[in-house]
Ligand binder design. Structure first.
Ligand code: HEC
Ligand code: HEC
Ligand code: HEC
Ligand code: HEC
Length: 358
């Protein structure tokens, strides 16, 4: 075989260019196949012995926090699976990405909003001038908002109709108001609180590769480059952040035309994916945690790397958990060592450590 080809394929395996983006629909199937519903309910349906992971219950968690939550109660999860007569499955990083997208669709990463505050902001920002609870000539009824069930559609709508609002407000001699992410989040909480509302249940970003291209095509990179390059400092897990940013662009900067659903799915896919490339961990701290939590007990001081194609991210830690967690558990029991319990920051530190020791 050609040596050049070997080198190429090694590079292709060693450095996946983008983190997976996942899909909420597929993630729901992963959730079901892992029997999470034995204990957890979703919107009331399912087991009752664990917190409802229902739609529209914002928690403000991080992806690493989700990864940690799964590690922490893994022995419980596996016991439930054994009781149900199931073998413990392996979970790939891609499946973990799907699971994370499913949690995103259930607003797990969103900060809790306040409907009353949202209603007040809705009036203060002039939204109620065109939008009312019932259908009007100038806008759909709030409870019928497609965008309340789909954060990508919300971002698109906020981008698309800001110019019209800017014009309507300018005609009255006023300036378009900006929105903070907190206000956006509260407004969604308000819309979701109305009778007949369709709470968020979707999240299907498109591939990060095509999203990166689109940032150029749409002229985003004319401003967002160098120190301003996207992703910026925002945590893109919070959809409200992106939606508010899309709206605010129309207030100040050049608007590069209406966006089609597919286009916003690509842009959000890129932003969502990039947050997993560097979750901000500290390798030195990770090394300490790795020793403290008993990982080094088997592995020695030299760390393993993500050996089964797992991503070096919170996704990868979910894959590692399902890949060799049962084995860790057996040996820890035999040595009378407690099962490791992690915080979100512990997870990103360990990821940084494993990444650095590659
Ligand atoms: C044996 C029952 C059981 C199974 C099976 C189970 N869980 Fe849990 N889960 C719990 C309990 C109990 C808690 C709350 C106590 C705790 O945190 O340990 C919890 C907490 C959580 C939390 C944190 C909840 C919050 O309020 O933020 C997440 C996330 C979670 N589980 C995800 C999962 C996923 C994903 C699966 C499937 C892979 C799963 N769980 C399977 C019992 C279970
Ligand atoms: C000048 C009138 C006007 C104002 C003011 C206005 N909107 Fe709209 N809005 C519209 C119209 C018209 C549509 C329908 C656009 C379409 O279908 O393309 C719309 C659609 C929307 C949608 C998408 C609804 C769906 O079906 O999913 C959202 C979200 C939205 N507006 C949010 C807001 C927010 C938040 C504010 C205040 C910051 C606001 N709008 C202010 C006219 C307005
Ligand atoms: C004319 C310049 C300009 C263009 C074009 C532009 N932006 Fe921005 N964008 C800004 C500025 C200024 C901010 C505010 C930055 C800050 O708060 O530090 C911002 C903020 C953002 C943010 C949130 C802040 C962050 O750093 O995370 C996002 C997301 C974003 N822009 C996406 C886009 C996308 C997507 C496009 C193309 C459709 C785009 N921008 C086009 C100037 C621009
Ligand atoms: C009981 C001994 C033991 C403990 C404790 C242990 N591991 Fe492992 N680990 C293994 C073995 C054995 C393998 C090789 C598994 C294989 O190849 O199937 C492995 C493989 C790995 C891999 C390579 C990827 C993979 O999925 O196989 C990673 C990453 C890893 N371990 C991380 C950790 C972390 C982080 C901890 C601490 C939470 C830990 N390990 C604790 C025994 C252990």
């Amino acid at each position: 075989m050609n040596r050049f080809l070997i080198v190429l394929s090694v590079i292709a395996f060693a450095t996946p260019a983008y983190s997976a983006v996942g899909d909420a629909g597929r993630g729901k199937q992963v959730f079901e196949s892992l029997k999470c519903g034995t204990c957890h309910s979703i919107a009331g349906a399912g087991g009752k012995t664990a917190p409802d992971l229902a739609l529209n219950r914002a928690r403000g968690n991080t992806p690493a926090g989700l990864s940690a939550a799964m590690w922490n109660h893994a022995p419980q999860m596996w016991a439930a699976m054994e009781k149900a007569g199931m073998a413990k499955p392996k979970v790939t990083s891609e499946q973990a990405a799907d699971l994370f997208a499913f949690f995103q669709s259930a607003r797990y990463f969103e900060k809790p909003g306040d409907a009353a505050r949202g209603k007040a902001a809705f009036t203060a920002k002039g939204c109620s001038g065109c939008h009312t609870a019932g259908k009007t000539a100038s806008g759909p009824a709030l409870a019928a908002w497609e965008s309340a069930s789909d954060p990508i559609e919300l971002a698109r709508q906020m981008w698309n109709h800001a110019p019209a609002m800017k014009a309507a407000i300018a005609a009255k001699g006023a300036k378009i108001p900006t929105l903070t992410a907190l206000e956006m989040n509260d407004i969604i909480a308000y819309v979701n609180s109305l009778p007949g509302a369709k709470p968020q249940a979707k999240f299907s970003p498109a591939s990060a590769e095509t999203g990166e291209t689109l940032l150029k095509v749409k002229g985003c990179t004319s401003c967002h480059r160098g120190a301003r390059a996207l992703p910026g400092k925002t945590a893109y897990t919070a959809s409200a952040e992106i939606a508010a940013a899309m709206w605010n662009h129309a207030a100040g900067v050049k608007h590069s035309g209406q966006m089609r659903p597919e286009e916003m799915r690509r842009i959000v896919g890129y932003l969502w994916s990039r947050q997993f490339d560097n979750e901000g961990g500290d390798a030195k701290r990770g090394e300490k945690t790795y020793a403290q939590k008993g990982c080094a007990g088997c592995h020695g001081s030299s760390a393993p790397y993500f050996a089964h194609g797992e991503e070096s991210s919170s996704y990868g830690m979910v894959a590692v958990l399902w890949h060799h967690g049962p084995q860790i558990l057996r040996q820890m029991k035999a040595k009378n060592v407690a099962w490791p319990s992690f915080t979100g920051p512990d997870i990103v530190d360990i990821v940084a450590f494993l990444k650095a020791s590659k």
